[in-house]
Design a protein around this ligand. Structure first.
Ligand code: CO
Length: 165
């Protein structure tokens, strides 16, 4: 069974590897990731967050429990207009912060069958996709946060633990 990697786990700081095999194992992985994401009330999850160095992200709709897997996603355009949202992360429980990101993006990705798609996103989808693509590059929302709004004390103690390892 998959388990969520929690900060300061090292895997969260590594670049994830591209996926080249589109088979039943990959479909099973996507399903398992979606399951654990919903169990933890998340709306996005990236490979490194389940301790796998793989370029896969799952984006979910919390109301409908529908989800989609994006393989090897690459952001190809970001708008100049930005928006600031309070973000959280399953790998950083009980910590939240305000992050400013481009409002609209275009990106390309492969689906679970390996077919390439080009698409765009705005609103919450654009934010979640940027947050998850960051995970594939070892970047966490705390690196980008203008301000930690909740859980600064938790973050400080985790940082100290990480430094002492
Ligand atoms: Co996250």
């Amino acid at each position: 069974m998959l388990k969520i990697a929690k900060y300061p786990a090292e895997i969260l700081r590594k670049n994830a590897k591209p996926i080249s095999e589109f088979n039943d194992d990959l479909k099973k992985l996507a399903e398992d990731m979606a399951k654990i994401m919903y169990e933890d009330d998340g709306i996005g999850l990236a490979g490194p967050q389940v301790s796998l160095s793989k370029n896969i992200i799952i984006i979910g709709d919390s109301d409908e429990h529908s989800w989609k897997a994006y393989i090897n996603p690459i952001i190809t355009y970001i708008s100049k207009n930005t928006t600031t949202t309070e973000e959280g992360c399953l790998s950083l429980p009980n910590i939240f912060g305000n992050v400013t990101r481009p409002k609209k993006i275009r990106f390309k990705y492969q689906d679970l069958d390996g077919k390439t798609h080009k698409t765009k996103a705005k609103g919450l989808d654009a934010i979640v996709i940027q947050h998850e693509v960051d995970h594939l590059n070892g970047v966490l929302f705390i690196d980008r946060a203008d301000k930690i709004t909740k859980g600064q004390d938790i973050l400080d103690s985790l940082k100290n633990n990480g430094d002492n390892k």
